[in-house]
Design a binder for this molecule. Structure first.
Ligand code: PEP
Ligand code: MN
Length: 342
């Protein structure tokens, strides 16, 4: 529930109310606005019997949050959450493009593609060092070497890096190198991993599970926020449907729905969403038109030779063309002013 405190409530009064709630077993989160302070309290309502909240002189009103998710809900926090990574903001007025290879394949290849995506206007570099592959025979990633190459690419280009963590054992290692920790579709339901990754306090890019409903996805984000990490970026990457022409069905309706239900930024990954490079540009532009805060795109210097996901990776030319289109279109088709060129 949300407890709206009266306009000129004193700090002590606010702390007293949240203390009483905590004693009754509630988790409290204070949001101090310019006008009013609200207390978000999550817990068992039947334990409120001894706390006459609405009768307290400092309390203006008590609003129940009906959705199963609480702290991620728009009801709880009406303003958009902005995620800051270096001098980049995700969720603000600029469209952020995360680009890079599916997997880090080698030092030279990564440095080359990092330069290419930066020059084209990407603001964050992606690349998997630990790959959650469907087949155990497929390339599993370079592990820590891959993280080191990503760190080197960041040093050379200034681009922050996002990379996936696939198990609890490697959370600290990945957090040591990454600016943003990615939790992949296959791990969206791995609650131990969500909680451990949250504890690093790094921004978490949470992909939608292969067959997750929007509610299940937001509840996964709720695991992160209740572990005291509000720095969450949701990523729509397509879901499994009966359609097999595309690898997944990119659910662009998730973009306005997530914005309506939550205060978190949402980006779209049309690479995994379609599985074929030919459809990536159209869906990237559609995602921006739908209001996405950013895009995640797989780009490879030579997709035919990629160790993984070559079929859905853009080559440098096609990536550059898409970025030019986005630069021209973004101000007209969404609230975004322009691409970030930081
Ligand atoms: C990826 O981004 O490389 C990836 C494995 O994506 P997903 O978890 O969406 O399949
Ligand atoms: Mn991939």
């Amino acid at each position: 529930m949300i407890i709206v405190m009266k306009k000129n409530s004193q700090k002590e009064e606010i702390l007293k109310v949240s203390h009483q709630l905590q004693e009754a077993g509630f988790h409290c989160h204070l949001v101090e606005g310019t006008e009013k302070t609200i207390i978000g309290a999550v817990g068992d309502k039947s334990r409120l019997m001894n706390i006459p909240l609405e009768a307290l002189p400092c309390v203006e009103k008590v609003i129940p949050i009906l959705a199963p998710y609480k702290l991620t809900s728009r009801e709880f926090k009406p303003e958009d959450t902005l995620i800051r990574v270096g001098n980049i903001t995700i969720g603000g007025s600029e469209l952020q493009v995360i680009a890079g290879p599916c997997a880090v394949e080698g030092k030279e290849e990564l440095l080359l593609i990092a330069q290419i995506v930066k020059q084209a206007g990407a603001s964050i570099l992606r690349g998997g060092a630990f790959k959650p592959r469907t087949s155990p025979y497929s390339f599993q990633g370079l592990g820590e070497k891959g993280l080191q190459y990503l760190a080197l690419a960041r040093e050379k280009t200034g681009l922050p890096i996002v990379t996936e963590v696939i198990d609890t054992a490697s959370v600290d290692l990945v957090a040591y190198y990454a600016d943003i920790i990615q939790i992949g579709a296959r791990n969206m339901h791995n609650y131990a991993l969500l909680k451990k990754a949250a504890k690093t306090n790094k921004p978490i890019l949470l992909k939608r599970g292969l067959s997750a409903t929007i509610e299940e996805w937001i509840l996964a984000a709720e695991y992160i926020i209740t572990a005291d990490n509000p720095h969450i970026i949701l990523c729509e990457r397509g879901i499994r449907t009966f359609e097999t022409y595309t690898r997944n069905t990119l659910d662009l309706s998730a973009v306005p729905i997530i914005k309506y239900l939550t205060h978190l930024p949402i980006i779209v990954d049309p690479s995994h969403g379609t599985g074929k490079w030919r459809w990536v540009s159209s869906m990237a532009q559609a995602a921006v038109a739908a209001g996405a805060d950013g895009l995640m795109l797989e780009v490879h210097p030579c997709p035919e030779k990629a160790f993984s996901d070559g079929a859905q990776s853009l080559n440098p030319d096609n990536f550059q063309k898409l970025m030019t289109n986005l630069n021209n279109l973004a101000p007209y088709i969404s609230k975004k002013e322009k691409l970030n060129h930081a």
